[in-house]
Design a protein around this ligand. Structure first.
Ligand SMILES: Cc1cc2nc3c(=O)[nH]c(=O)nc-3n(C[C@H](O)[C@H](O)[C@H](O)COP(=O)(O)O)c2cc1C
Length: 323
């Protein structure tokens, strides 16, 4: 997820079993072949001598976003040369800036363009590595949902993730899991359900309504960093673990900050930490309380102290510590 899930976050999220693969933030392709440093920035995992994976061994797929088939092909070749073992194409991004420049979900208005983009990348990398795609249900309505999904398959995609909303629906609930099921029924490649999976119950409903074997977690994985592990535990044992307790979340945030501060300015780390805490507010009252109490803090150590404080002590920090 762009601006949110970088290599440090991927590492932290995959330390407990649950994720089968993860995807980088999108690499924006306009018209030129990008230099290696852009790929390494988005996917530092490429710098190892082994296939790109998180430290715990979960494979990392590189995502490209663009609309020009030949530029996408050139960058896919570049990614392959640098060691990518999978290329995912983003046709889901709803951002106005991206769509105005004819990227992301804007291609869903014309399935032929989706086909051309996937086919160009598939031809560029051959069968050396899989090409996969991610779509929404359409741009402003769902009329072309199936046609776009079929276009990815016909052009050589080996797997399709479907976010169960149109571009115009943004992130407004609900995600239409039953629509993902309609697409799955017509495709031969694996279809993965995505959108609004925050809890074990959501996971179950998304699977049941879509009929998909696999789901993709977005914001839900940030809200509860152990959601994938809880899903896996439920699958394996039948036992439903409760939502991850605050102290475990705080420990993950502390480790995130400790790693990020080695490479980034303090103010950037503060803002990234608050961003993740903000995501944790969904479904976790304690994270919500801490966010309110700590949101004006600008010093990293003060913020970390506020996160680590025992639950009944955070009331004390509701005054900005460094004001
Ligand atoms: C801040 C933000 C950044 C995102 N960046 C990407 C991205 O780079 N690539 C991508 O495929 N999807 C991206 N997404 C979409 C998510 O992967 C996911 O499809 C969407 O949020 C719906 O799933 P969710 O309800 O589980 O979050 C992003 C979403 C958000 C909120």
């Amino acid at each position: 997820m762009e601006g949110v899930i970088d290599a440090v976050t991927r590492d932290l999220l995959t330390r407990t079993p649950g994720f089968d693969w993860v995807v980088t933030e999108f690499v924006r392709v306009v018209d030129a072949r990008l230099p290696p440093r852009v790929f390494y920035k988005h996917c530092p995992e490429l710098e190892a001598d082994t296939p790109p994976a998180t430290p715990s061994g979960v494979p990392v797929t590189l995502q490209l976003l663009g609309s020009d088939p030949s530029a996408l092909a050139a960058n896919a070749r570049q990614a392959l040369r640098l060691g990518a073992t999978g290329i995912d194409l983003n046709f889901g991004c709803p951002a106005k800036l991206v769509n105005r420049h004819d990227g992301g979900a804007s291609l869903l208005r014309d399935p032929r363009r989706v086909h051309a983009a996937v086919a160009a990348v598939h031809e560029a990398v051959g069968d050396a590595i899989p090409v996969t795609a991610k779509i929404r249900l359409g741009f402003s309505d769902r009329r072309l949902a199936l046609a776009c999904a079929l276009a990815t398959q016909d052009a050589g995609a080996r797997r399709l993730v479907v976010h169960g909303r149109t571009r115009d629906e943004g992130y407004r609930p609900p995600a239409h899991w039953e629509w993902i099921g309609r697409i799955r029924q017509r495709l031969a490649i694996p279809v993965v359900a995505n959108g609004d999976i925050w809890t074990l119950e959501d996971y179950w409903k998304a699977r049941t309504l879509s009929g998909c074997r696999d789901v993709m977690l977005g914001r839900g994985a940030l809200a509860d960093p152990r959601l994938a592990a809880r899903i896996r535990h439920w699958q394996v044992t039948g036992e439903r673990l409760p939502a991850t307790p605050w102290q475990a979340r705080a420990a993950i945030l502390a480790e995130f900050a400790a790693t990020q501060r080695r490479g980034l300015p303090e103010r950037v780390v503060v803002s990234l930490l608050k961003q993740w805490l903000n995501h944790m507010r969904q479904g976790d009252a304690e994270a919500g309380r801490r966010f309110q109490a700590l949101k004006r803090i600008t010093q990293l150590d003060a913020l970390l102290e506020g996160l680590a404080a025992p639950t009944d002590e955070t009331a004390l920090t509701s005054q900005p510590l460094d004001a």
